[in-house]
Design a protein around this ligand. Structure first.
Ligand SMILES: [Zn+2]
Length: 141
C-alpha cells in the first residue's frame, strides 16, 4: 500500500461494491489493523491504513461504526467509519479478501497502464470526524 496522496480533484469513480458489502459491526474488533480503499497506484489498490480503536456511532448512516486511528491523519487522526468501509490487514480474512479481489477486478483494468496515484474520490471526512462514503451521502442517510 502506498502513502496517501495530496487532495485530488478527480471526479469520483463509480464504486458499486462497497455499499453492497454484507459485513457486520462485530466482524471487527478493537486492535484490528484495517485499510480504507481509496484508489489505484502503480497497478495496485491503495488506501489509508488505520487501527480500530473502539465502537462509535456512525452518524451519516445512523448505524454502528468504529472509531479508527489514522497514524498519518494529522489533524484528523481519529475518524469514525462504517464497517463496510474497512478491510482487514491484520489477518487473512476470507470476507475481506473477497471484497478486495472484487475491487481489484473492478478497478485495475479500468486504470491499466497509468502509473500515477489515482484517488477515486469515494470518501470525505466531516467536520465532526465522520468518514463517509460518497454513496452514503447521496442516499440521504
Ligand atoms: Zn475481515
Amino acid at each position: 500500500m502506498s502513502q496517501p496522496p495530496p487532495t485530488s480533484a478527480f471526479a469520483p469513480t463509480p464504486d458499486p461494491l462497497t455499499l453492497n458489502r454484507d459485513i457486520t459491526h462485530a466482524h471487527f474488533q478493537a486492535g484490528d489493523t484495517v485499510v480504507v480503499l481509496k484508489g489505484v497506484a502503480n497497478g495496485e489498490l491503495w488506501g489509508d491504513a488505520m487501527r480500530v480503536v473502539a465502537p462509535s456511532w456512525h452518524t451519516p448512516t445512523d448505524e454502528d461504526g468504529w472509531r479508527l486511528r489514522d497514524a498519518t491523519g494529522g489533524a484528523q487522526s481519529y475518524v469514525t467509519g462504517h464497517p463496510r468501509y474497512l478491510v482487514h490487514l491484520s489477518r487473512r480474512c476470507p470476507d475481506c479478501l473477497i471484497y478486495l479481489r472484487a475491487m481489484e477486478d473492478a478497478l485495475l483494468a479500468r486504470f491499466a497502464g497509468r502509473d500515477e496515484l489515482i484517488d477515486c474520490g469515494w470518501y470525505t471526512t466531516t467536520a465532526l470526524g465522520q468518514l463517509v462514503h460518497i454513496a452514503d451521502i447521496r442516499s440521504g442517510r
